[in-house]
Design a binder for this molecule. Structure first.
Ligand code: MG
Length: 300
């Protein structure tokens, strides 16, 4: 069984210009939940002026929690700091995601802090979350390449991964934020990671900016990775490359996995319904090759 972490409602929508209503986001998440996805990252508890698309985090989480209470779906939320965590916690969030990167230039630009400073900030959040029995997932951006620093060294990735496990995360998601990773790079970086960490605790987060995402996933599977982040319909552009493809589409990942006989628990036609709904709302066409073919032919 391969675990898919659906990041469309958070990572995807965060990079979409059209600001949606809470109702539309709820409908999207609800449709996703009917497709068999077991983990759906739904929002981010950032300051309301930081990312306008996420400014309804409280209302959205409350609505989703009430609506999906009777399902066993995991609904992680991103939290940037202790204040965000406390808000999330007060609403009953059971899993949070924390984030850093392997590039100081990137974290500086993004959250105005060095990598070390991001971990300083996260220390209190993680300690409190562990006390509260809230699960923590760690995201590492720019693992393979950075828009400001270029190709990133695997040493830095090993270092930051270790820092996350030291915080007490159950899983680290290794992100190719700008979609520059190549299959040989992915293979060698995972081999290095496996020397130091359990492969079951690693997830891969690919962007399809240069068309390498599925190949990179294939290579990751060969190395024993069983968890992948993806976004319904390929939602979300790349904030650092105008018009570029963002997160790999969940549908494309599904097509690859099922062709290899790997089970995901996803009902692809139901997932396509969710993507169709949200793509109409954000007024754009899908980046998913599978979905394009499916929409055109009506056949899986
Ligand atoms: Mg992403």
């Amino acid at each position: 069984m391969i675990k898919i972490v659906e990041v469309g409602p958070r990572d995807g929508l965060q990079n979409e210009k059209t600001i949606l209503t809470t109702e539309d986001k709820f409908e999207f998440i609800s449709l996703l939940s009917q497709s068999g996805l077991k983990t759906i990252e739904i929002t981010s508890f950032v300051k309301s002026d930081a990312i306008p698309q996420m400014s309804d985090a409280v209302a959205l989480f409350t609505k989703v929690e009430a609506g999906l209470r009777n399902t066993k779906i995991n609904l992680p939320c991103l939290v940037p700091n202790l204040k965000g965590y406390e808000t999330a916690r007060s609403l009953g969030v059971k899993e949070i995601a924390l984030f850093s990167a392997t590039s100081d230039a990137f974290t500086k630009k993004n959250v105005n802090a060095t990598i070390d400073e991001t971990f300083e900030r996260m220390k209190d959040v993680a300690a409190q979350a562990i006390k509260d029995n809230v699960r923590i997932r760690g995201y590492i951006s720019t693992a393979f390449g950075c828009p400001y620093q270029g190709k990133m060294d695997v040493k830095k990735l090993l270092e930051v991964t270790q820092k996350f496990f030291d915080l007490g995360v159950y899983e680290v998601s290794v992100g190719d934020t700008i979609g520059v990773a190549t299959p040989s790079q992915v293979k060698s970086y995972i081999k290095e990671l496996k020397k130091n960490f359990e492969v079951e605790k690693l997830a891969m987060h690919f962007h399809d900016t240069r068309g390498m995402a599925l190949t990179n996933i294939y290579v990751s599977l060969e190395e024993g990775i069983t968890t992948f982040d993806s976004s319904a319909g390929g939602l979300g552009g790349c904030p650092y490359a105008k018009g570029a493809t963002g997160n790999v589409a969940t549908e494309d990942v599904w097509y690859l996995l099922q062709s290899l006989g790997l089970e995901t628990g996803i009902d692809i036609e139901k997932l396509a319904l969710a993507s169709k709904f949200i793509l109409e709302k954000v007024k754009r066409n899908t980046e998913s090759k599978f979905l394009k073919a499916y929409f055109n032919t009506g056949k899986v």
